[in-house]
Design a protein around this ligand. Structure first.
Ligand code: FES
Length: 116
C-alpha cells in the first residue's frame, strides 16, 4: 500500500468535497465535522459519479405518521437513482450489504493523501 498525496487540507472547506484523480481512479474526498473521508467516485449500483450527488441528511426512524429528519451533512445521495450512503462508513441506507468503496485518508503537515 502506498500513500498518494493529492493536495492540501485547506483545499476542501468544512462541509465541501473535491475530486482527485489518483492512479487512474476518480476519488472524492469529503470534509465532514473536521475529518476527511475518501470514496471511489462511483456508485455501486450503476456507476454514477457520486461527486455530483448532494450531501444531505436523511429521514430517521420514527413513529407512524411522524417524520424526523437528521444527520444533515453526513449522507451523500446518488444523483441517478437516489440511493443514500453514509459518507463516514460508505454504508448504503437502502441496501445494508452494499457500500461505497472507501480509502483511508492520511493528513500530515496539512497535506492530504489516500492509501491505495
Ligand atoms: S447509480 Fe447510484 S443509485 Fe443507481
Amino acid at each position: 500500500m502506498t500513500v498518494h498525496v493529492v493536495g492540501t487540507a485547506d483545499q476542501i472547506a468544512e462541509g465541501q468535497h473535491r475530486v482527485y484523480e489518483v492512479s487512474g481512479r476518480s476519488v472524492v474526498i469529503y470534509h465532514i465535522q473536521g475529518e476527511y473521508y475518501a470514496i471511489l467516485n462511483r456508485c455501486p449500483h450503476q456507476g454514477a459519479e457520486m461527486c455530483k450527488g448532494p450531501v444531505c441528511g436523511t429521514t430517521l426512524p420514527s413513529d407512524v405518521y411522524e417524520y424526523a429528519f437528521g444527520r444533515q451533512g453526513e449522507i451523500v445521495r446518488c444523483p441517478w437513482h437516489g440511493w443514500e450512503f453514509e459518507i463516514k462508513t460508505g454504508k448504503s441506507l437502502v441496501r445494508p450489504n452494499t457500500r461505497l468503496l472507501r480509502y483511508e485518508v492520511v493528513l500530515e503537515d496539512g497535506k492530504l493523501g489516500i492509501i491505495l
